[in-house]
Ligand binder design. Sequence first.
Ligand code: LLP
Length: 444
Amino acid sequence: MDSTNQLLKPVSTKINEEGNLEIGGCDLVKLAETYSTPLYVLDEQTLRAICKDYKDAFNAYPKINMMFASKSLCTMATSKLLFDEGFGFDVVSSGEIYTVYKAGVDMSKVLFNGNNKSFDELALAIELGVGRISVDNFFELSLLNETAKSHNKIVNILLRITPGIECHTHEYIQTGHLDSKFGFDLTQVDEAVELILNEYKNLKLHGLHAHIGSQIFETSVYSDEIEILVRELARLDEKFGLKLDEINIGGGLGVKYTKDDCPPSVYTIAEIIINKLNDCISKYQIDAPSVFLEPGRSIISTSGVTLYTIGSSKQVPKGKKYVAVDGGMADNPRPSMYQAEYVAEIANKKENVSSKKVTIAGRFCESGDILIKDINLPEPEEGDILCVYNTGAYNYSMASNYNRAQKPAMVLVNNSQSDIIVRRETLDDLILHDEIPDRLRNND
Ligand code: LLP
């Protein structure tokens, strides 16, 4: 069965009677007029549809727990919506912890990840009652134990391991291979367990955690990962008499950024994961563990689009035609960081028949700030509204203020209604934290 991560555009995308693109029943040209551009638009229907896909697909394994990887998009409104859909959260910083906490999330459904969590962040996690901390390395084991002791608490942990699995994605977003900055090497697990059992009395180990990489299209890597995690549970039971009953297999399922991308369906992945789990449970003769998934991109990417206004253009003599928009690498750094590709349409061009090959340039002072190379669009003109698809994940969450750009607003659309969920930064927001020391004020 197909799932929403396999779509290029939000499920509610259509051309309305005025000949404009609409999403969630909202005319994109009107959204741009009302809220200005660049504008992140999130389609609630698509987001709820993928949540349902995940829940339905994994229904056959009762001990499944869905966590959303906040790093892909972390706002209070999306956290609230996903929590109401039954998701917990993978968080990686005090900022993400605080956001989900303020959104009203049950903190026992939150898992704190990361390879260099600070004392202050660990303390905040303990104070706010974060459910699990996935400990990444020996330094953190000791730091967390001290922090827990100083709070007079026993902290529930997982061990992040490096399963040694290579997946075919951009090297910057592979994480499970052996030479990775994340997690304990498999050869270090016993030493970590011994420390927890014998010395770190304020830590309670529940299970193992791994994450292979992101934007994954191969299904076999999940089977390999489950084999390793379940085998480790059985081995630790055998060696230490330790009954661990949780595994977290991370996130990583891909999405369709261009028509050439063919990510597997959530239903296909779920079937492979559940079959492999059941095989391993009988092969290694363990009780069925609780299984945690923490997808980010495949949950949120397809529901998001970004609207830009087209401004200047430039025809290089005998070269490319560059069409510039009012955003770029500050609101979407992915093309310049990972050569990521995107598809776009002009929201106000009725006849969306391809007619002109252009390159969409961002407005930032960097030659590499090109959003889309060589895309066919109906002759773009100044004032047109460009809709770039599949920008829900790792766009707003990786946005910067480069060139002192104001971060765009984000609106949630559904049933012809649009609501601001992140307001646009103002010029005053940009200087809010700036200080001029007195000694520089001599001439005032
Ligand atoms: N769990 C862990 C431990 C992770 O490190 C990640 C992503 C996820 C879950 C969620 O993975 P997802 O389902 O979103 O693929 N900035 C890059 C992606 C970095 C992913 C980092 N870790 C990009 O824009 O492609």
